[in-house]
Design a protein around this ligand. Sequence first.
Ligand SMILES: Cc1cc2nc3c(=O)[nH]c(=O)nc-3n(C[C@H](O)[C@H](O)[C@H](O)COP(=O)(O)O)c2cc1C
Length: 177
Amino acid sequence: MIEIIAISGSLRAASTNSALISALAANAPDNCRIEIYDGIGRLPIFNPDDEGERTPPEAARLIEMITQADGVIVSCPEYAHGVPGGIKNALDWLVSRDAAVGKPAMLVHASTRSFYARAALAEVMRTMSFAIYEERALEIALLGKRPAEMEAILAEPASRQAMREAVQTFVGFIRGR
Ligand SMILES: Cc1cc2nc3c(=O)[nH]c(=O)nc-3n(C[C@H](O)[C@H](O)[C@H](O)COP(=O)(O)O)c2cc1C
């Protein structure tokens, strides 16, 4: 069984990125379990002085989850042409340790825009030595949709097939490493 941690970069209650992450988890293929990490809003702002024995509990939980996982999936909005602070902060807690090194990661997209954030997030994660799966990015256009509309789009057979295929090929990438 492949264990994947999925993280949404948005804290918004009606977040399109969180909806995509939830749908990916619900549609995961049989050989894979997707667990959602929803603690980015509880993480203190990263401070290198608070590493080691002083690591805050929520940061320690994130670090442990990423360390144990076979892979990571991130879906993230773009704010002012950048990566939202919450997800960057979460990643900063992982930098000076082994959790991210060689860890397979896939970015998925709930917006058809956000090209600056996509590039910046990939650059940050590559720099942290994540092994980024870049062959086929999953993109499901949810930008501006209300929860009921998102639910309908994500329940469409084409969306479910795209999500299953994306995760299945990511699982293949993980197994091939
Ligand atoms: C403060 C703010 C800044 C934004 N800046 C951009 C931007 O620079 N480029 C872009 O494509 N979208 C931008 N957006 C739109 C968000 O990326 C878009 O609404 C996204 O789908 C929100 O994700 P969520 O539904 O998961 O919260 C911005 C939204 C907010 C709230």
